[in-house]
Ligand binder design. Structure first.
Ligand code: CMP
Length: 150
């Protein structure tokens, strides 16, 4: 069982793709452990993308991620981190394979619809940056695939 942080970026919100993309994660069997709509404070976005601070696209990325509301969520399931990354596809929608979320809905490297944690340590840090512990709900579903197949 693993948790990953995802962000529906302002382009997914603007294009009203959140429901369709979220349905893909639900269809896969992933469980929502937390979710909220927010206008991200600049400082939070700067911290989230601190690793990219020296990259030429950093300022534009921070502008983009604070340009409108986003939906932040935690998805959980077996190997959720790599499962979600694989479902998203390559960063650049032009290169992402057909059948992936970015491959099916995107054509850009910055406006790439959804962010997802890239490893267990990042997931922990990102979850702590966006959610208080009491905002994360622990529950089981009888239909959780990893429970049914036990
Ligand atoms: P994300 O997975 O959120 O992590 C870093 C983000 O930076 C990435 O998605 C894109 O939105 C953005 N990004 C990555 N590479 C580039 C690039 N070459 N030009 C512009 N934006 C980029």
């Amino acid at each position: 069982m693993e948790r990953t942080l995802i962000i529906f970026k302002p382009d997914a919100m603007h294009r009203q793709l959140v429901g369709r993309i979220l349905a893909r994660f639900e269809d896969k069997g992933l469980r929502i452990a937390a979710m909220k709509l927010q206008q991200s404070p600049r400082a939070q976005v700067e911290e989230h993308y601190a690793v990219h601070r020296e990259r030429p696209f950093y300022n534009s990325l921070v502008e983009f991620m604070t340009s409108g509301p986003v939906i932040v969520a935690i998805l959980e399931g077996p190997n959720a981190i790599s499962v979600v990354r694989n479902m998203l596809g390559a960063t650049n929608g032009q290169e992402a394979a057909a059948g992936t979320i970015r491959g099916d809905y995107g054509l850009d490297k910055q406006f790439n619809l959804v962010h997802a944690s890239d490893g267990p340590e990042t997931a922990k840090t990102e979850i702590a940056l966006f959610f208080k512990p009491e905002e994360i709900v622990e529950y089981e579903r009888v239909t959780d695939p990893w429970i049914v197949s036990r």
